[in-house]
Design a protein around this ligand. Sequence first.
Ligand SMILES: NC(=O)c1ccc[n+]([C@@H]2O[C@H](COP(=O)([O-])OP(=O)(O)OC[C@H]3O[C@@H](n4cnc5c(N)ncnc54)[C@H](O)[C@@H]3O)[C@@H](O)[C@H]2O)c1
Ligand SMILES: O=c1ccn([C@@H]2O[C@H](COP(=O)(O)OP(=O)(O)O[C@H]3OC[C@@H](O)[C@H](O)[C@H]3O)[C@@H](O)[C@H]2O)c(=O)[nH]1
Length: 391
Amino acid sequence: MANNSSNGGEKTTTKPPPQPSPLRNSKFFQSNMRILVTGGAGFIGSHLVDKLMENKKNEVIVVDNFFTGSKDNLRKWIGHPRFELIRHDVTEPLLVEVDQIYHLACPASPIFYKYNPVKTIKTNVIGTLNMLGLAKRVGARILLTSTSEVYGDPLVHPQPESYWGNVNPIGVRSCYDEGKRVAETLMFDYHRQHGIEIRIARIFNTYGPRMNIDDGRVVSNFIAQALRDEPLTVQLPGTQTRSFCFVSDMVDGLIRLMEGEHTGPINIGNPGEFTMLELAETVKEEFGLASGKQDQLHRWGWGWGHLKKYGMHKIVIKHESRMKLAEGILLINPEVEIKKVENTPDDPRQRKPDITKAKELLGWEPKIKLREGLPLMEEDFRLRLGVAKKK
Ligand SMILES: NC(=O)c1ccc[n+]([C@@H]2O[C@H](COP(=O)([O-])OP(=O)(O)OC[C@H]3O[C@@H](n4cnc5c(N)ncnc54)[C@H](O)[C@@H]3O)[C@@H](O)[C@H]2O)c1
Ligand SMILES: O=c1ccn([C@@H]2O[C@H](COP(=O)(O)OP(=O)(O)O[C@H]3OC[C@@H](O)[C@H](O)[C@H]3O)[C@@H](O)[C@H]2O)c(=O)[nH]1
């Protein structure tokens, strides 16, 4: 592991920050906090906007090119007097007057960021340069949503912020991993050279309502597959691990980081670690029977306790016609609906955040466990998939 001396960088500023807008210091005019959210039409961004809009002192401007995001995620705010939505690509310069910038714009799902890798790296590098230029011009504080992927396929486990990572610089994921690493470098160079107030969050896998249904990320894939009665596609070997954070916890962490006194980088994630096979089992238990078959079990007075008692908790009922109640024993189709499929290159084998810094510096830790968070996605996914709960 590398030493920690240049991590955090909190004593390295050589210049005072640029002057904020005169309105900030006005004695006579109590202005609102003007907050720019790039990528605000996406999954995490739209939840962040919901939270920021709860504060009546905030005006929120979203900038998005709608590559992976959608206006639908923001529909409740369109037309609101404290809200503006601008179709704009962050690889182009932007002129707006703001006090804070949450810079999220970047496709996050591997399928999407690998679709046009040159555009992904431009978004991370030129997009971040443009947002730092904006921050410098208007004296805004800027927060970058970096990623656990800066640790690559980590050789240190769990990953503290002081770990410098194990990243392939020429692989198919590099446009994203290395792009985010350069974005972090740019943030610290602007901080040291120009005194910009920066914040860096290293986000670990996040899930929740509004994830794109077919964007290839594992939680949204498994839930959509379970609700469509399709096999869950576990990519080989299935023993690779991830740590999943519910989106409301993530938003809380990002706002604390922005409002706090520490530049970061700070890991924001849930340390609960699961293999992909364990995740598939959990989704099956929460959703496999939830598509109506669970109701039937309840009508018979059967619950998971009964299934577990007979060692059947890992079994999905495929055809109800094959189910019989015989002398009080439920016969279930033993077909296990998990399909092992090929993986993609450079898939990290393990990932778990060390969140000591987030706890100590931000007073933050996640509240929602995986089993509590997964069911909170059901209604949203059913609605968008058009799959009703069976009676
Ligand atoms: N969700 C996660 O698990 C996770 C993990 C680590 C880091 N992150 C980071 O958090 C941020 C948000 O992730 P998300 O899960 O909400 O992803 P998302 O794909 O749902 O949202 C990204 C948003 O950015 C927009 N966008 C992409 N390129 C753009 C460009 N050039 N100009 C303007 N807008 C652009 C998209 O249209 C979308 O609305 C990303 O920066 C991502 O790297 C997410
Ligand atoms: O259907 C699937 C999809 C994915 N997987 C596996 O699930 C694991 C997680 O894959 P995801 O695509 O959800 O996400 P990854 O962890 O690879 O990248 C993620 O983490 C960091 C963020 O910055 C990225 O934005 C995010 O997508 C991988 O090991 C993958 O092989 C499956 O087993 N089945």
